[in-house]
Design a protein around this ligand. Structure first.
Ligand code: SF4
Length: 57
């Protein structure tokens, strides 16, 4: 079934994020906005360009 097996959806569920989001200690509870990131970068797994976190944790 597409919902259970699509590679992109599985990557989103596993939080296989790139860049700062991928390294961030908050990625399991935040993860950034994937829709916004896709619209702005073309990569749904890229780091969220509008991260509001004040400092790297
Ligand atoms: S948006 Fe910011 S706080 Fe959230 S996971 Fe990405 S880097 Fe971390």
């Amino acid at each position: 079934m597409l919902w259970e097996e699509h590679p992109l959806l599985n990557s989103l569920r596993k939080r296989e994020l790139h860049g700062e989001c991928g390294e961030c200690a908050l990625k399991s509870i935040c993860g950034g906005c994937r829709g916004r990131t896709f619209c702005l970068t073309g990569d749904p797994m890229a780091s969220d360009p509008y991260c509001m976190r004040p400092v790297q944790l």
